[in-house]
Write a protein that binds this ligand. Structure first.
Ligand SMILES: [Zn+2]
Ligand SMILES: [Zn+2]
Length: 359
């Protein structure tokens, strides 16, 4: 038996339960978690914004140590430090064979996986295929990536979703250039990672925007050179700080119609708005038809920072090793597994940035 935070019903708080992991099947890997981040997508899965079959163990941003492998596993062995990968790609579909593994056809199927049981025998789903809100998990070998043996597992956990997404959004999706201006809406774990990415590439003006004034210090620690408390005038304020034009790049890391609209309006003519946040199915964003001609802006969606994890993870680890990227700067709350329900409530209220579960 091992402990996990279980979502029994969509919309209700997580509860801490004893769960039973099965014998390993072929191609499976058992991991003892060292740390797991609480991501905004976990909140979206828990409250029904994103679909999640239940009962389930959520959590998809984690790192730990392999304790056992099933038959046929060759990429990792017991004792290896690993990062969980919620976006494993098949390597065979059209997207995988055209350089876009983050859009792999097969990934969503991997999320509908039962992996363990409650004490009474009820099967449990693994949230986004990884179930990192548990002391131990079982995943397919495609969902683990080996880390260097000396890596700091607590920091590494945050690479798995927030940092690959946020830094990938800057480097891969928007391709921000040195000297450009960047505005980031929302300074949670992903937004702070976008700020770190902007600092990494040498963006000159880096503006953090949040509804909460007490996020300023955190935003600046993570790379913001300016900070704006969001209101209806936010686009005008961004223009004031960017030569009257607007930013070269806006990143929306909230997932709401109003911030998508503000991100778009904050970019200069010919600028680019990259939508990283995951919005609700029924929310609509309005544009006037003529705006596209007049503004010549680009609007693009962004999945997992357009990350090719095999290519991008080693590069990111180099940046971390050199201190150019600092995962621990995202963390506002180090918590135990039993504090996970409270961490989701805190996120729902827009307080703090990353909560990191330490096992
Ligand atoms: Zn995530
Ligand atoms: Zn694929």
């Amino acid at each position: 038996m091992t402990r996990a935070a279980v979502l029994t019903t969509v919309g209700s708080p997580l509860t801490i339960e004893e769960i039973q992991l099965p014998e390993l099947a072929a191609g499976e890997v058992q991991v003892r978690l060292a740390a797991a981040g609480v991501c905004h997508s976990d909140l979206s899965l828990a409250n029904g914004t994103l679909e999640q079959p239940v009962p389930a163990v959520l959590g998809h941003e984690g790192a730990g140590t392999v304790i056992a492998i099933g038959p046929g596993v060759t990429n990792v062995g017991p004792g290896d430090r690993v990062l969980l990968n919620w976006s494993p790609s098949c390597g065979r579909c059209w997207f995988c064979t055209h350089g876009e593994p983050y859009l792999c056809d097969q990934t969503a199927g991997a999320w509908q996986r039962r992996y363990a049981q409650l004490a009474d025998g009820t099967p449990l789903y693994a949230g986004l295929g990884t179930a990192s809100f548990g002391e131990e998990t079982i995943v397919p070998s495609s969902a683990v990536l080996r880390l260097p043996p000396t890596v700091d597992l607590e920091g590494a956990a945050l690479l798995g979703c927030a940092m690959l997404t946020g830094i990938g959004a800057v480097l891969n999706s928007a391709q921000v250039q040195p000297g450009e201006s960047v505005v980031v809406f929302g300074t949670g774990g992903v937004g702070l990672s976008v700020l770190q990415g902007a600092r990494l590439v040498g963006a000159e003006v880096v503006i953090g925007v949040d509804i909460s004034a007490d996020k300023e210090a955190l935003a600046r620690t993570n790379g913001a050179t300016e900070f704006i408390v969001a209101d209806e005038q936010v686009a005008r304020r961004v223009r004031e700080r960017t030569g009257g034009r607007g930013a070269d790049h806006a990143f929306e890391c909230v997932g709401s119609a109003s911030t998508i609209r503000q991100a778009w309006s904050s970019t200069r003519r010919g600028g680019r708005a990259t939508i990283v946040g995951i919005g609700a199915k029924d929310e609509k964003v309005e544009f006037r038809a003529q705006e596209f001609f007049y503004s010549a802006r680009a609007l693009r969606g962004c999945v997992f920072g357009s990350t090719d994890i095999g290519r991008d993870l080693p590069r990111l680890l180099d940046h971390v090793q050199a201190g150019r990227v600092r995962p621990r700067d995202l963390v506002t709350n180090r918590i135990g597994l039993e504090d996970t329900p409270e961490a989701l409530a805190r996120m729902s209220a827009g307080k703090g940035a990353r909560s990191l579960i330490i096992y």
